[in-house]
Design a protein around this ligand. Structure first.
Ligand code: NI
Length: 104
């Protein structure tokens, strides 16, 4: 029950375009033409939001990246949508969490 309420409060935070945090996970093939350049360009464009990135080489071709982002939820959604919609990205997911500032 407590978890449900917390989830609801975090959802509200996101709906109200508040300062918040999230993680964006993407899986892609680094061999796809210009894909890495596009993803890197996007990350540089939003560099003020990205606090940390983790890159794992899954195998010969595939990479997994996790970005920790902090900012207004609207901006975080925008960067997540852009990254996930980039042609060649196999899968992507935004996890919406919170700074916890307004949670007891
Ligand atoms: Ni890699």
């Amino acid at each position: 029950m407590r978890d449900l309420i917390r989830d609801h409060l975090v959802e509200q935070e996101w709906d109200e375009n508040k300062e918040t945090v999230g993680t964006i996970t993407i899986v892609y093939d680094h061999g796809v033409h210009e894909l890495m350049e596009k993803l890197t360009d996007l990350q540089h464009h939003y560099s003020s939001l990205i606090r940390s990135t983790l890159h794992i080489h899954l195998d010969q071709h595939r990479c997994l990246e996790v970005l920790v982002v902090r900012g207004r939820s609207g901006e975080i959604k925008r960067i997540a949508d852009s990254l996930i919609a980039t042609k060649g990205v196999k899968h992507g997911k935004l996890t919406a969490t919170t700074t916890g500032k307004d949670l007891k």
